[in-house]
Design a protein around this ligand. Sequence first.
Ligand SMILES: [Zn+2]
Length: 382
Amino acid sequence: MAALLVTNIGQLVTWDDEQPIRETAALVVDGGRITWVGSSSVTPLADERLDVGGATVVPGFVDSHTHLVFGGDRSEEFEARLAGKPYAAGGIRNTVAATRALPTPQLRLRATRLAAEALRSGTTTLEIKSGYGLTVEDELRSLEVAATLTPHRTFLGAHVVPEGTDASSYVDLVRGPMLDAVAGVATAIDAFCEDGAFDEDQCRAVLTAGAGRGLAMHLHANQLRPGPGVQLAASLGALSADHCTHVTDEDVTALRDAAVVAVLVPAAEFSTRSAYAPARRLLDAGVTVALATDCNPGTSFTTSMSFVIALACRELGMAPLDALRAATVGGAAALAQRDVGHLRVGARADFVVLDAPSYVHLAYRPGVDLVRHVVRAGEVVR
Ligand SMILES: [Zn+2]
């Protein structure tokens, strides 16, 4: 691959410790990596040159929490919710039925389209969970579909208890035969710790079984009400606790002390008209915060990290710079992938060229597609 010089960058966000944001900058990409960052007035020679005419360049978004593999949609449930019906975890079962009924080629096609939609909007690193199969066969094929799209594949067999079984025998299936079947395809394990889903002991049993097979741990925690999920994630050394909408001061301290990333998903709260996560409390306490879409057909059917950033600024009280950091390097921390989410020398060349004079426009111009180019591993994909 020939070296590419990207020059005349009006504003470049690298997250470099000394100079996180540069004006009138340039960068060089070689072999899919950032090999040089500096001023656009003194640039090295390169085989190819891309003049972005004063545009803003930010790291590609890292969406560390999605449920992209599913059948059907739940627009009727969404419409009913707008008319006043509250969200309950049981709605997941509707998607389970639709997912099981969908042949694998269609399941793959739908997930591939959503992943392409995410990439077009600037998401260059994507995590995908299973969790709408809930049988050995359907969880495995969901993860095999995810494996065609991303290196970050999370086994979420413990999403909801399927109809016709009880929680305790289902947990035995998840941490036994189901985990055996998927352990070679999944890279992480997750569970939904919530009334109506799985309790603390059940989640601990599932996550420790996964960790025993070398999987990283995530946990859906404290989404609908206060509960033990955040403390459990911290005590197990999970990579992330996701949602964190209802957290106590002790929960916040536990996240910080155990270096667990709080993955916030405000688009889910937007869609369900729920209270938003206390991002400022988490940030002020020194917790690493990530922003993710939680893309799923029930509670957050968006792939747009720009939308999530805008929500985080408006509804979570995050400064635009904090929100962009959480949507890039924060997500990378939640996935333990250190070469993405920033544009320091050595990083994978994943970045977004925005038709805007500054990154602030991501929040300032909500709903507007500002993405001019998306570059992933040095390749211009949009
Ligand atoms: Zn989720």
